[in-house]
Write a protein that binds this ligand. Structure first.
Ligand SMILES: Nc1ncnc2c1ncn2[C@@H]1O[C@H](COP(=O)(O)OP(=O)(O)OP(=O)(O)O)[C@@H](O)[C@H]1O
Length: 395
């Protein structure tokens, strides 16, 4: 187990800055995921922690001790790569044993012919073999130990790569998109295997992915990165429920949050481009905002619902039926180019082209200011007349 502290990490390749001012503490035994779009600097950051890439500025400590001048194998970290990085000419056993033979045997004791003469090698190897078998048993790959990587499936190769990291008993596992090369079904399976492995080993995991579902389902905490910076650090639930800005809100959640541009009028009322008020904010009149509505907070009103006028009149464009639920894609005719996605239990017998009413819950809406930063959705001041109109539409 180990704590990882990153202080003001910066990285430039030539004149191009790819990481700036990264401060991050990964707690002992924590599963922390770096997530973000392609090119945001996740892999560069994890490679810097591993010692595979030098940082341009800043410091790294593992369990309180500076590791900046240590080589990768001296840092008590083990890296698992997307490409598995297995030696094709070695058996699974030899691939997994490699970190231990490198650690415990000298160069000549590892050489093909000379090693047969080494008495020390004969003493050390049974211990290594036992450790490899024990890890292989944990990963259920014991029957594969004599095979070569080419004779394994993608999932089996990934387990071997994990096993090779595990035999070293590192304080920190660093994983760079380890599931990306697997098919969708196996990825889902390996997600739970990795989560269980983390719980069993109680080691610190730093995990890189561009897949927000992996980040949300596996992690204790998630650091969402964009353009070389950490935009938000928190539990998956925090990032989902209180995204710090529009970029986080858009990235976390599937299907993505619905975003509606608005202008702010008197009393902080956010008004859409068609002039309809949507909710009250704490923003000053004259400014602009973006309103975020998660698909599950939208509700389809039955056609001709007599109880109230629908907040949005929408035209159904497409139904995505996922079995247990469906995603309804609708267009808003009064807001050209603006669509909404609604998560619903079923689409009933609605067909594309049908006009439907859509209700939303203003208490569940997210409001972002002109810079994209989150602001409180609803002011506590007395409602303005315009708000009464807005609330009349939504309550
Ligand atoms: N050796 C290098 N030389 C120059 N630029 C590099 C080098 N390695 C990475 N970069 C650049 O640094 C930026 C961050 O790359 P990095 O691989 O860390 O991103 P990432 O978030 O892991 O992306 P992906 O999910 O696509 O792997 C990119 O713009 C990339 O082109």
């Amino acid at each position: 187990m180990a704590r990882v502290e990153l202080e003001s990490i910066g990285k430039s390749f030539g004149d191009t800055a790819v990481l700036s001012g990264i401060n991050l503490d990964v707690e002992d035994g924590e599963f922390l995921t770096l997530v973000g779009p392609s090119g945001c600097g996740k892999s560069t950051l994890i490679r810097i922690i591993a010692g595979l890439e030098p940082q341009t500025s800043g410091r790294i400590r593992i369990d309180g001790a500076p590791v900046d001048d240590l080589r990768p194998h001296e840092r008590r970290v083990a890296m698992v790569f997307q490409s598995y990085a297995l030696y094709p000419h070695l058996s699974v056993f030899a691939n997994m044993a490699l970190p231990l033979t490198m650690q415990r045997l000298s160069l000549w004791e590892r050489l093909p012919l000379l090693r047969l003469l080494s008495a020390r090698r004969r003493r050390v190897m049974p211990g290594i073999a036992q450790e490899v078998r024990s890890v292989a048993a944990q990963l259920q790959i014991e029957p594969l130990l004599l095979r070569r990587p080419a004779q394994l499936s993608g999932g089996q190769r990934q387990r071997v790569a994990l096993g090779r990291a595990m035999v070293r008993h590192p304080g920190v596992f660093l994983m760079d998109e380890p599931l990306s090369n697997l098919d969708a079904k196996l990825r889902v399976h390996m997600r739970s295997e990795l989560t269980e492995l983390h719980q069993r080993l109680k080691s610190t995991f730093v995990y890189v992915t561009h897949d927000q579902v992996e980040a949300m389902t596996m992690s204790d905490r998630v650091a969402m990165m964009d353009a070389g910076r950490i935009l938000q650090l928190g539990t998956p639930a925090e990032l989902y429920a209180r995204p710090a800005n529009v970029t986080v809100a858009q990235f976390i959640g599937s299907p993505a949050i619905n975003l509606l541009p608005a202008r702010i009028e008197d009393g902080g009322i956010a008004v859409l481009a068609d002039g309809s008020p949507i909710l009250r904010t704490l923003l000053p009149p004259g400014s602009t905002a973006t309103i975020g509505l998660r698909p599950e907070t939208l509700r389809l009103l039955p056609p001709g619902d007599p109880t109230r006028p629908a907040p949005f009149q929408a035209r159904l464009r497409r139904v995505e039926n996922l079995g247990a639920e469906c995603m309804l894609h609708v267009d808003l005719p009064t807001l050209p180019g603006q669509g909404l996605v609604i998560r619903a239990a079923s689409a009933g017998d609605l067909t594309p082209g049908t006009m439907v009413g859509v209700a939303y819950d203003p208490a569940a809406a997210h409001v972002f200011d002109a810079s994209g930063n989150r602001v409180a959705a609803v002011a506590t001041a007395a409602p303005a007349a315009r708000l009464a109109q807005a609330e009349g539409r939504v309550s």
